[in-house]
Design a protein around this ligand. Structure first.
Ligand SMILES: *[C@@H]1O[C@H](CO)[C@@H](O)[C@H](O)[C@H]1NC(C)=O
Ligand SMILES: *[C@@H]1O[C@H](CO)[C@@H](O)[C@H](O)[C@H]1NC(C)=O
Length: 387
């Protein structure tokens, strides 16, 4: 009895020791892995957050649409918006502390991510994205038809059109996804900011992890959009897109006209995406229609206002994603071998000259924008592609 008891105890002790050893080894492994992943991640972020962007030759540099007389009016002569309204003021002295806090927050975010990754982080799918397309009543026929015939078919449930009128015909064609923002149909700053505000608020009301805004002259390569977003964690703050100017935009600080503010913004015409985490941080500044008053205050258009809110007020950086393309780029310079890896495309017309993708396909009479041909290139089995 005694001897048996003792052997039993020895066996149990050795088992406990083995388990403890295994636990210790596992903990070390997890810690090493976390550190490694952290530094890899940090290195990657350092690269992305670099304040200088590659100079792309041959692009028409875009002067912001609104650097005009309206913008140059002195503060106080504006449309009844009080100068110095307190939504953009920023205490520079608090900068360092904020940065440290941010760093700590980021670390915590990364740890959470790692834990999530180690268990079951759901992969990004199309259903995680709220896609908004800005349009206006005059373009339903000319522009929405093209979208409805092409990329919308791949993202019917996720895509919503933000316009400025009721339109029963297109309400039906979009499967009830046409939103009348009640904004003005003109192309002025206020109307543009009004629609962007409406898109932002609709995203907040959705349960999606990402918001991607596009214009009605964009072709969105839906599959690549999903693949691109899958590289970023929506639990962190992301502002993804592409600038159309080569240096940060510099504007007058409306709170102190002797100062200047500079920041990057993603050009709206190429599309941009914002993670839910960042969207939530924007609520106090831009939620519930407040986006419009920020635009009024700095007197700049919707996409510039977005950059101002994110980069200047919230101090988050734009991450450049080169696969977004607006019509401010010459489409003929896009490498036609890599079209499937691009996120967005556009087209435009300067006088008689068309700025379109240099691709074969349908006759230009049938497809002046080349976007139908692009769709056929990406999805050759579609019926209208066989001509
Ligand atoms: C536009 O106005 C109508 C009528 O007042 C309202 O029902 C609708 O909710 C408004 N749309 C938005 C996006 O606020
Ligand atoms: C405005 O900016 C100038 C120059 O940076 C500074 O000297 C001045 O104190 C500022 N005024 C206010 C009210 O912050």
């Amino acid at each position: 009895m005694r001897a048996q008891d003792r052997t039993m105890r020895v066996k149990i002790r050795s088992l406990v020791q083995q388990v403890a050893l295994a636990c210790a080894a596992l903990t070390v492994c997890v810690l090493v892995f976390q550190n490694l992943a952290h530094s890899v991640r940090e290195a990657g972020e350092g690269e992305r957050a670099s304040p200088t962007f590659p100079v792309i030759h041959g692009w028409p540099e875009r002067a912001p649409r609104s650097l005009n007389r309206d913008y140059e009016l002195p503060a106080g002569v504006d449309n009844g918006v009080a100068a110095g309204e307190d939504d953009g003021s920023h205490d520079e002295g608090a900068g360092m502390e904020e940065e440290e806090e941010e760093e700590e927050e980021r670390r915590r975010g990364l740890l959470n991510t790692l834990v999530a990754t180690a268990t079951t982080k759901p992969a990004t799918t199309l259903d995680d994205i709220f896609i908004s397309v800005k349009t206006t009543k005059g373009f339903h026929k000319t522009r929405l038809d093209l979208i409805l015939k092409t990329w919308f078919t791949l993202a019917r449930q996720q895509t919503w059109f933000f316009t400025d009128t009721d339109d029963e015909d297109y309400q039906k064609k979009t499967g009830g996804h046409l939103v009348n923002t009640n904004c003005s149909a003109s192309h002025n700053r206020r109307a543009l900011c009004c629609k962007m505000a409406s898109e932002f608020d609709a995203f907040l009301q959705s349960d999606k992890r990402w918001w991607c805004h596009f214009d009605d002259d964009n072709y969105v390569n839906v599959l690549q959009l999903v693949r691109s977003l899958a590289e970023y964690d929506p639990l962190l703050d992301w502002y993804l897109g592409k600038p159309s100017i080569r240096a940060p935009l510099e504007i007058i600080n409306r709170d102190n006209v002797s100062q200047r503010i500079s920041f990057w913004f993603a050009t709206g015409g190429a599309g941009f995406c914002i993670s839910r985490s960042l969207g939530l941080k924007m609520i106090p500044i831009a939620g519930g229609g407040k986006f419009i008053s920020v635009g009024e205050k700095i007197r700049l258009p919707d996409d510039v206002t977005m950059g101002y809110i994110i980069e200047h007020i919230l101090r988050k950086k734009l991450t450049v994603v080169d696969e977004f393309h607006s019509h401010l780029e010459p489409m003929r310079f896009l490498n036609t071998d890599s079209l499937a890896r691009q996120v967005s495309f556009s087209y435009s017309q300067y006088g008689s000259e068309m700025n379109v993708l240099p691709i074969d396909g349908l006759q230009s009479r049938l497809d002046p924008t080349r976007l139908l041909s692009l769709h056929c290139l990406l999805f050759p089995s579609i019926s209208y592609c066989a001509t």
